[in-house]
Design a protein around this ligand. Structure first.
Ligand SMILES: [Zn+2]
Length: 70
């Protein structure tokens, strides 16, 4: 999910928001003054790596009934 960085033109405070791609053009309000006079500065992707899906665990039953009774 991309992180967008915004700057408020009213109070010049910068903040960044993590929002979905399709919502990137929706209205953003300043976190400090609440004004909507906000410019989008840049966007970067939050790199949350680690696609380590170690699938393939077909759980083999470890219960082997050893019938030691004769
Ligand atoms: Zn502001």
């Amino acid at each position: 999910m991309p992180i967008y960085e915004y700057q408020c033109k009213d109070c010049n405070s910068r903040f960044d928001l993590l929002r979905p791609m399709r919502a990137s053009d929706e209205d953003v309000k300043c976190k400090d003054c609440g004004g909507s006079n906000v410019t989008k500065l840049l966007s970067m992707f939050a790199s949350s790596g680690g696609s380590s899906y170690g699938g393939g665990y077909t759980g083999g039953g470890g219960c082997s009934p050893s019938s030691g009774f004769s």
